[in-house]
Design a binder for this molecule. Sequence first.
Ligand SMILES: Nc1ncnc2c1ncn2[C@@H]1O[C@H](COP(=O)(O)OP(=O)(O)O)[C@@H](O)[C@H]1O
Ligand SMILES: [Mg+2]
Length: 369
Amino acid sequence: MHLSRLTLSHFRNHSTVDLALTPEPTVLYGANGAGKTNILEAISFFTPGRGLRSVKLSTLTQFDQPNPWAASLTLSDDVRLVSALVDDKRLNKIQGEPVKSATAFSEWLSIHWLTPDQDRLFVDSSKVRRRFLDRMVYSYDPLHSDRLMDYETAVKERLALLYKTHDDRWLSLLEAKMAELAVAIAFARHDLLARLERSAQDLCPLFPKFKCVHLGDIEPNLTDKKAIEWEDWLQAQWRDSRGRDREAHMTHIGVHRSDFGVIHPQKGAGETCSTGEQKILLMGVVFAFLKNRLEWDDKLIVMLFDECVSHFDFHHRVVLFEQIRLLHDSKTNKGSFHALMTGTDKELFSPLDGHASFFHVAPSFIQKG
Ligand SMILES: Nc1ncnc2c1ncn2[C@@H]1O[C@H](COP(=O)(O)OP(=O)(O)O)[C@@H](O)[C@H]1O
Ligand SMILES: [Mg+2]
């Protein structure tokens, strides 16, 4: 399975786009502002959420254009997915049939991205890191996002209830629900970090064989207790902290405050590494994820690398492309892989000559070659 065609209409600066893609990696090159990231952004709408720029759907329609945006992706010339704005709402279709939500696309493919904004992930807020981690977990277990939403709703409900009632029974019921969800979320995140560490061992030597650390109320010692024991423990903590939470108007304990760190084997904690070292470490985390994910099931994994070669010298670029080609071609993969990369100049991608599909993106045209 691979991406065989991408069409867009009235998506940001692109009036119409119709790209025939091959199973090889795809390179989109062109001047600043040509609309390269916009193309990756369109693909990021074939997964739940608000895309790689996290924006309101209406802002995606081309300026001064009465017709709203639409995008389609065809997989292996066979399966056609559509994502579009209709009557100010997102409409998703598979093979011409509307589906309930973009979650339905996850039956076919799993889409991930790395953008220049994420270069400083290790020094960013814990919220940004949690989102990064949860997107990876979600790729293995689509129910993870429902659990997260249900957990966050329950946390809010409990906080509101703390002001309205002293009815212990209601609060205990909510806390029991929170505990069940929190423990499932923590174990799923724990499992993901273990997978990343394992797969880091098998990457090209340039990428560090990093270790992960869990931060949070239960994650660092998660394997010491059974899930049911952690649920009891969390319920007891929440019961005892009702007064404190009410006073501070916040929930002090829980997986909404968890975090993770990545340790470079020679340089130590990710956040203390130089900018370049952080970028390689981050790429290592992403490749470890992709490698593990491709061995997991037979889905198509799409990776959007926006400006992936900025700050990389020639040697690093060679290794980066080598790793991408290995993922495209590996015989141990169950799933298939499609990488799309952007950059300003074609020469930056010269090690991929003959091994990738190149497209020159300009504001008014997109040309193969
Ligand atoms: N809704 C829109 N309609 C038309 N053009 C848009 C819209 N949103 C953004 N743009 C234009 O898209 C261009 C940026 O495209 P982008 O994909 O970020 O470029 P790059 O090739 O540098 O990645 C800008 O010129 C911006 O004005
Ligand atoms: Mg860009």
